[in-house]
Design a protein around this ligand. Structure first.
Ligand code: GAL
Length: 701
């Protein structure tokens, strides 16, 4: 069950007491002289800002030495913000320990796998498991909570900042001790651990818990289950730290909701946020758009997954950027329209607050070239005008606060264990990219105009979905394998891919031929994997039953498939490569029930766009947008009791007419006979929800 905690969303209120969507930024007033603060509040009001995250990196200013405190300046800032009608998501300020602490206690500094100390000089240089760090940080949390518990500006607590961004993997002696404790709790006995880790291999048998270490630099491949458990442990250790902070906040300010900003974005994989969701009162996320042709598919995918993690309750976009960041190889500014389009895409997927890093662009420090709401150029700038306009747009969208995403008929399962395990070393290929494969499927669905929910594999009721896509569901415990079988037997349509169902939760192979955990359900058996060399491809010939026009091309992976079960149709065969003429895509259709499809190679977004219509057809699922959308428009729907809010998001750079789409235009082009989206534009239409439009609610367990 998802905890009821995740619904305590800190809505801002309009003058008439009605809900407003949140709008704001990280606010770092300590970087500026006092006279700028009043100017800040004036500009925030002009932009419609109603919430800021404060004191995230303020530890050194709040506690200048181990025995002295200086809250005066923060009191003043809190007062100014409150007088300006701006709520505060107050950080516990523990993200970056001050120099006095690391000088007095260098034993809090993280250690890399190769034994190097991670020195201070940047930020987040602390061990998640350090008892010394914890005692100092929790002392600060207690001071903050006690001082500001009753402050009228306080609307939420912001624990630390992006836990694990730089310090998720620590291999220190503190980590080793905590890892052993974690393993004791997981396995109880050494025998169980030895079994799970397969320690008969390479003479790794442990006869004492103290012999166990984190997977530090080793001469060859460290034990894979040790590596996987270390990833699980590292995510848990940070969650444990989050819970330690929140315990104090709950004790002192039980009425104030607690959050911490997750980082559901590509490239960040250390934290299992599906598992963290119950530890916060409302889910917050930070997302920075990548560059490249699929950057907005990735944005949509991550926003969608954040909604899934939040159990489809409203969530809080805590950070994104108004324009360029500073930490990519080349930091491209956003193009006209992208500031608003990116923000509204998050809102479409359930964000009821839109915030940026940061309010005022820094004049000094590592992030001085990172964009902000007030740029170096000041208020007389296009960027600030865009910021003000977005504030107006979010005001116009106030009515949809609290509405939820209308459930899609298709789900894509996302699973951290499979992400972690499938990309470990000593595998058939090191080129497998879990996130990319999931995104390929998502991009294909976007192009087809088919709405999908991206949901955590282990927390989602599958029954309500007509189609469940499980890309590279590599780690398949028996319980989930059984659930997938029940799903298909109950009429569901399952689609899975290469390297799925191969290992159990201990990373042990399901024996007897791959994919062991799904063999019977799929009606196939794979004796040997056939990964492809980098750059190699294979041709596929689709069967007419697949409904694919033309040939398909596979890369990365192939499988030597034998059909072993009844009712299996071959939707495509390899035309070239080692397995030429053998099955490449199979589907088992269980009479009067559902189906189970297996795609044994990487088809990429293009190939999947061709294949998917045929896979969706038996479930009666098809694109919902007019042909004119041309694959460039994403549709997302939010709904409350009486209304549907239809978001139409132009991902492309061309104008798109959308005939037949009607409703009251809350945001977007002026009313015309045919709705026409300009490049990168978003329209939000309000429609009256007919009772029969209501689909079954999302269900989490
Ligand atoms: C986040 C972080 C912010 C800022 C931002 C820059 O990771 O929370 O403090 O550094 O990135 O993009």
């Amino acid at each position: 069950m998802t905890s009821p905690r995740t619904s305590r969303f800190p809505y801002a209120k309009g003058p008439d007491g009605s809900r407003r969507l949140g709008y704001g930024a990280d606010y770092n007033p300590e970087q500026w002289p006092r006279e700028v603060w009043e100017e800040d509040v004036r500009l925030m009001r002009e932009a419609g800002v109603n919430i800021v995250s404060l004191a995230i990196f303020s530890w050194a200013r709040l506690q200048p030495t181990s025995d002295s405190w200086d809250f005066g300046w923060l009191d003043e800032v809190m007062g100014l913000l409150h007088a300006g009608g701006i709520g505060v998501d107050l950080a516990t300020a523990t993200a970056s320990p001050p120099p006095w602490l690391t000088t007095e206690h260098p034993e809090i500094l993280p250690v890399t796998a190769t034994g190097e100390t991670v020195w201070p000089g940047a930020r987040q240089h602390w061990r998640p498991t350090s008892p010394v760090f914890r005692s100092h940080a929790l002392r600060l949390v207690r001071e903050m909570a006690t001082r500001y518990a009753d402050h009228p500006a306080l609307v939420a607590w912001h624990v630390s900042n992006e836990l694990g961004c730089h310090n998720v993997y620590d291999y220190s002696d503190d980590a080793a001790d905590a890892f052993r404790d974690w393993l004791r709790r997981r396995y109880t006995t050494l025998d169980a651990l030895n079994h799970a880790w397969g320690t008969n291999f390479w003479s790794q048998h442990y006869s004492d818990w103290e012999q166990i270490l984190p997977p530090r630099l080793a001469g060859s491949h460290p034990n894979p289950t040790q590596q996987l458990d270390f990833k699980r442990f590292s995510s848990d250790a940070l969650k444990g730290y989050l819970l330690a902070e929140r315990e104090i906040l709950d004790e002192i300010t039980p009425g104030t909701p607690v959050t911490t900003n997750f980082m559901v974005m590509s490239g960040i994989k250390g934290m299992d946020y599906a598992d963290w969701a119950d530890s916060v009162d409302f889910v917050s996320n930070d997302h920075y758009a990548t560059t490249g042709p699929r950057s907005r598919d990735e944005l949509s995918f991550c926003a969608n997954l954040t909604s899934g993690i939040a159990g489809h309750r409203p969530w809080f976009l805590m950070e994104h950027s108004t324009s360029a960041v500073n930490w990519q190889h080349i930091n491209l500014p956003k193009r006209p329209g992208e500031l608003a389009r990116d923000s509204l895409l998050h809102v479409a997927h359930g964000a009821d607050a839109v915030c940026f890093f940061q309010w005022r662009q820094s004049a000094a420090g590592a992030e001085k070239y990172h964009s902000a709401m007030v740029p170096h150029a000041g208020e007389d700038s296009q960027l600030f005008r865009d910021v003000v306009e977005l504030g107006r747009t979010l005001e116009a969208l106030a009515p949809l606060g609290g509405s939820v995403r209308e459930p899609a008929r298709v789900a894509i399962l996302f699973d951290w264990d499979s992400w972690w395990a499938s990309e470990q070393d000593s595998h058939p290929t090191s080129l497998l990219d879990y996130h990319r494969e999931a995104l390929d499927w998502y991009s294909a669905l976007l192009r087809l105009g088919v709405r999908a929910d991206v949901v955590p594999a282990h927390r989602t009721e599958l029954g309500p979905y007509d189609v469940v896509i499980a890309p590279v569901l590599h780690v398949l415990p028996q319980t989930l394998a059984k659930e997938l079988t029940r799903y298909v037997e109950g009429g569901g349509h399952l689609v899975t891919t290469y390297f799925s169902g191969v290992v159990d939760e201990n990373d042990h192979i399901w024996l007897g031929g791959y994919p062991g955990a799904l063999r019977a359900l799929l009606g196939i058996r794979v004796e040997e994997f056939g990964p492809l060399a980098d750059g190699d491809t294979v041709g596929l010939d689709p069967d007419p039953a697949a409904g694919v026009d033309g040939a398909l091309t596979g890369s990365l992976w192939t499988d030597r498939i034998d059909v072993t079960g009844p009712d299996v149709e071959i939707l495509a065969r390899y035309r070239t490569g080692t397995y030429a003429a053998r099955p490449a895509v199979t589907r088992r259709r269980i009479p009067d029930r559902g189906s189970a499809t297996y795609v044994s190679t990487r088809l990429g977004a293009d190939g999947l766009t061709a294949l998917l219509p045929g896979l969706l057809a038996p479930a009666g699922v098809a694109g919902e947008l007019p042909e004119e959308a041309g694959g460039a428009v994403e549709q997302v729907v939010r709904r409350d009791g009486g209304n549907r809010y239809v978001f139409l998001v132009n991902h492309g750079d061309a104008e798109v007419p959308l005939p037949g789409l009607t409703g009251e235009v809350l945001v977007g082009p002026p009313a015309a006979e045919t709705l026409v989206l300009r490049p990168r534009e978003v329209a939000v239409l309000r429609q009256t929800a007919s009772p029969d439009a209501a689909t079954q609610p999302h269900r989490t367990r």
